[in-house]
Unconditional design. Structure first.
Length: 321
């Protein structure tokens, strides 16, 4: 055996002994699978910057895996003091004066956990390709490109760390290939250097009550709302149907949530009172908003998709028999 062969074998053995997982060769779906799993299976702590349209925020995140249990703490640094604490599938938003248990059916994505569904399902709606490798905060990172197969969704880029698959950067591009949303870690520790001490709450005196409070939210309920989208965009499946309270509304509002495993959109239906006859729309970064009166009701669609997509959805919302 040559010296080069022995060196390569020794390096491989050392990597196995240290628990380093070899990156897949050039299979984009394998890279995508690792990126999806890493946000749940990797211990890490860091700070990332998120920009979407005119909005920019800085967030500190700590995620640990211990004995099969996930613990996560998310602290926005640019807003009034609050934090999100998660243990496995229980999630709480904590303020100085109160605690609110979040419903994961309606909770937005949290970087670096941006993808759901399966690689095969995502691949049905996006052409998944591998891009270049670059160095990010001292880690080798491989870009994965998700090019939509139609005009109903945006292009996506995620940069997965070579050893773990953890997403270190992510970008969303519009039809003109302009970046309209971006996440990037500005500091990061992966593995043993990210300790459970980083999970310490800024509201430490109340953390035991938060984690032990397993009561479901009384306000949000799964329900057959009587509404449906007759022509959902290709690849978007309904993931939940419920009623939930909204600020300024006297009664809970029906909500339908659809997702293609990358982007999601929500449909809200409420009484048209006071009566309005005009439509309204807006776009900011990846967020599109469209309101449409339908007789005695008003349909509102909000989503991480082009404006034309939320318009298509709103115009196909119908009341079921």
């Amino acid at each position: 055996m040559s010296f080069a062969s022995r060196a390569a074998l020794s390096a491989f053995a050392l990597g196995v002994a240290c628990g380093v997982r070899a990156a897949p060769a050039d299979d984009p779906l394998a890279w995508l699978q690792r990126a999806m799993q890493a946000s749940r299976s990797t211990t890490f702590a860091g700070t990332f910057v998120h920009s979407n349209g005119e909005r920019t925020s800085t967030v500190r995140i700590t995620h640990t895996v211990n004995g099969g249990d996930e613990h996560e703490r998310i602290e926005p640094l640019d807003a009034p003091a609050y934090e999100i604490v998660r243990r496995n599938d229980e999630m709480y938003c904590q303020f100085p004066e109160k605690t609110v248990k979040l419903d994961r059916r309606t909770t937005a994505r949290f970087f670096p956990s941006l993808l759901s569904s399966t690689p095969a399902a995502i691949g049905a709606n996006y052409d998944v390709k591998l891009g270049s490798t670059e160095r990010v905060l001292g880690y080798d990172c491989r870009w994965i490109r998700l090019e939509p197969r139609d005009t109903l969704r945006f292009s996506q880029r995620v940069c997965a760390e070579a050893a773990t698959g953890l997403v270190l950067r992510a970008k969303t591009l519009n039809a003109q290939q302009q970046v309209i949303e971006q996440y990037t870690f500005t500091d990061l520790r992966i593995g043993p250097n990210a300790t459970r001490g980083d999970l310490k709450s800024i509201f430490e005196a109340r953390v035991k009550r938060w984690i032990s409070d397993a009561r479901p939210r009384d306000e949000t309920h799964s329900a057959q709302t009587g509404w449906t989208v007759s022509q959902p965009p290709a690849g978007f499946d309904k993931v939940t149907e419920l009623t939930r309270p909204l600020a300024g509304r006297a009664q809970p509002v029906p909500q339908l949530v659809y997702s293609d495993g990358v982007a999601s959109l929500s449909v809200f239906v409420e009484p048209n009172s006071p009566a309005r006859s005009d439509e309204a729309s807006s776009e900011n970064g990846t967020t599109s908003f469209f309101v449409r009166p339908v007789g005695e009701y008003v349909v509102t669609v909000l989503g991480e998709v082009p404006l034309s997509t939320v318009q298509q959805v709103a115009r196909s919302v119908v009341h079921r028999p």
